[in-house]
Write a protein that binds this ligand. Structure first.
Ligand SMILES: C[S@@+](CC[C@H](N)C(=O)[O-])C[C@H]1O[C@@H](n2cnc3c(N)ncnc32)[C@H](O)[C@@H]1O
Length: 141
């Protein structure tokens, strides 16, 4: 799918703000915002966090490794993997609004030092070769 069509499909302003408002309404305004509490909302694929868990079991990330998440969306899987496995995760996504939401949610969960988001395309990754230990890709076709 061309980049403009991907953004038109997914792009939507204020995503993180609406998620945080919904989480506050559900859990209470003072409730912790963590990769776990966000998990019902921010794993943007079929079967949500359960499918992420199965993928992580196959990927088997090790503490201290640097994982690449291609098509990282609003960053739910990236934060969850970083928190669960003790790794750093860099996510790359084509949709600017998703990257902005991911960065806001990284800050809300206190994970900016563990999860980095880059806006870019899987077809021309803004990264050096061989700079990651493992990679996942979960994008629309
Ligand atoms: C269904 S969402 C999945 C998001 C995330 N992987 C998750 O599971 O929560 C698909 C994502 O792929 C991204 N995407 C689609 N084509 C892409 C491309 N060529 N390069 C980078 N990201 C792309 C979209 O912007 C969208 O965020």
């Amino acid at each position: 799918m061309p980049a403009t069509q991907v953004d038109r499909h997914y792009g939507n302003p204020g995503i993180a703000e609406r998620i945080l408002a919904a989480l506050g309404a559900a859990n209470g305004a003072d409730a912790a915002v963590t990769p776990e509490t966000l998990a019902p909302i921010d794993h943007f694929h079929g079967r949500g966090v359960a499918a992420t868990g199965e993928l992580v079991a196959l990927l088997d990330p090790q503490p201290g490794e640097h994982i690449l998440d291609i098509g990282s969306g609003i960053g739910g899987p990236a934060r969850w993997i970083a928190a669960r496995c003790g790794c750093r995760v860099t996510g790359v996504d084509l949709t600017p609004e998703f990257c902005a939401a991911a960065e806001t949610l990284n800050a809300a969960t206190g994970m900016v030092d563990r999860v980095t988001i880059l806006e870019g395309s899987a077809l021309d990754l803004p990264l050096f070769d061989a700079s990651f230990d493992r990679a996942i890709r979960r994008m629309s076709r």
